[in-house]
Ligand binder design. Structure first.
Ligand SMILES: [Zn+2]
Length: 172
């Protein structure tokens, strides 16, 4: 039987002491994203990097998990909202769901203008904006946004109340 259940993703922050002989103890803050089915998310995260700090004579101690936050991903968003393929440009950006935009450049052949026209005709509850938060980091938000926009998505299913301002993150 196929298991289609999505494994949850978390944003975790851990602090620990890193020792190497004849040096003062270093307190390290390690932050990351982990996808795990484990019930002990903090430990799963620690296990994912601990070895890298225990090379040679170095040792670690006093691990403290300071943050464990569930984050929601592009994959979960696809599963929940059933996005529409971009058949206008045929682009394969974001698995073919990305729609480009253009500010009425006036060129009747402009594909981005056609994509943007299509997006603007949709119910805003079925429109999502991909924001580029940092270099290479993308998050999907419900509705039309302009600042830091990267592209748009259109979904078959309208946004649910719980997701009106919740980001879905794109993990490379
Ligand atoms: Zn244009």
């Amino acid at each position: 039987m196929e298991n289609t259940q999505i494994i949850p993703t978390y944003h975790v922050v851990v602090e620990f002491d890193w020792h190497y002989p004849s040096q003062p103890v270093n307190t390290v803050v390690k932050e990351g994203i982990i996808q795990t089915a484990s019930t002990d998310v903090g430990q799963a995260f620690i296990d994912s990097f601990k070895e890298n700090y225990e090379i040679g004579v170095c040792t670690t101690s006093n691990f403290v998990v300071t943050k464990t936050e569930r984050v929601f991903t592009f994959e979960e968003w696809i599963e929940k909202y059933n996005p529409v393929d971009n058949e206008i440009s045929g682009s394969n950006s974001f698995e073919g769901y990305a729609f480009d935009y253009c500010n009425d450049c006036g060129d009747p052949e402009c594909v981005a203008c056609m994509e943007w026209e299509f997006v603007k005709q949709q119910d805003p509850k079925c429109v999502w904006t991909v924001l580029s938060e940092d270099d290479e980091e993308y998050a999907i938000y419900s509705g039309f946004h302009w600042i830091n926009r990267f592209c748009y998505f259109v979904t078959n299913k309208p946004v649910e109340d719980e997701d009106v301002s919740k980001p879905y993150i794109v993990i490379e």
